[in-house]
Design a protein around this ligand. Structure first.
Ligand code: ATP
Length: 212
């Protein structure tokens, strides 16, 4: 399993954002992480993917700490794919970073071979998001953290992406953490919703409606 154990994190030394947060994703499990803006979902995602480190607590991936360098079995997909690729590299070179044969995924995601010769700015947002997914969906990937990955996309592209990711994850027993504001999307795709996260967050007072 991928497990965040009693995670504490603060950007500002006086204001705790995450305190004692626990989050678990089992192999092959699709877990939804909802929550209001600013409660710390993306921060937790970055910690669980190993991009940042908690001030206390630990992240375990299959009983081991995440690797400090090299390929990580935990891959993360962001809402804005243009920020996750080198704009000076052609798509073919970007995909080569995943270091795997991706012809089947290209076909399943409807990406033509001609697009491998283009630069990121020559693709649509939905096409580029599918490229970052193909790069992340390697045989060595055990967990995928999807932070609002289809939030900016049209419903048809959103459906294509989630159908492909879910069938890949289930067939390979990859665990997925799906972060979204869209409750109906999470209810539709997830095995389980982690509602406890928000209740654990000290910033939960941010959810109180502002008095008129
Ligand atoms: N690099 C940073 N430096 C300082 N504060 C930050 C930084 N990144 C995020 N924050 C603050 O931490 C809080 C949580 O941010 P985070 O992006 O994790 O929330 P979120 O739940 O993902 O929100 P949203 O749903 O709006 O994306 C916010 O108040 C944000 O302003």
């Amino acid at each position: 399993m991928l497990r965040a154990e009693k995670i504490c994190y603060r950007y500002d030394k006086d204001i705790p954002l995450l305190e004692g947060v626990i989050c678990t994703i089992n192999s092959g499990e699709i877990v939804g992480l909802p929550g209001p803006s600013g409660c710390g979902k993306s921060t937790l995602a970055r910690l669980m993917a190993g991009f940042d480190h908690p001030q206390s607590g630990i992240i375990f991936c299959n009983d081991q700490a995440l690797p400090a360098s090299g390929f990580s079995p935990v891959q993360m997909i962001f809402q804005h794919p243009e920020l996750a690729v080198n704009p000076r590299w052609k798509i073919g070179k970007i995909l080569a970073e995943g270091n795997t044969d991706c012809s089947e995924l290209l076909q399943r995601f409807g990406i033509g071979l001609n697009q491998l010769e283009r630069y990121p700015h020559e693709l649509s947002g939905g096409e580029l998001q599918r490229i970052t997914l193909i790069r992340a969906m390697t045989p060595a990937t055990r967990y995928l953290i999807a932070d609002e990955m289809t939030a900016s996309l049209d419903p048809a592209t959103q459906a294509l992406i989630w159908q492909t990711v879910l069938s890949w994850a289930k067939s390979r027993q990859v665990g997925v953490l799906a972060i979204s504001h869209d409750a109906s999307l999470l209810n539709c795709i997830c095995d389980r919703i982690d509602n406890g996260f928000c209740l654990q967050s000290p910033s939960s007072h941010l959810r109180e409606p502002i008095a008129a």
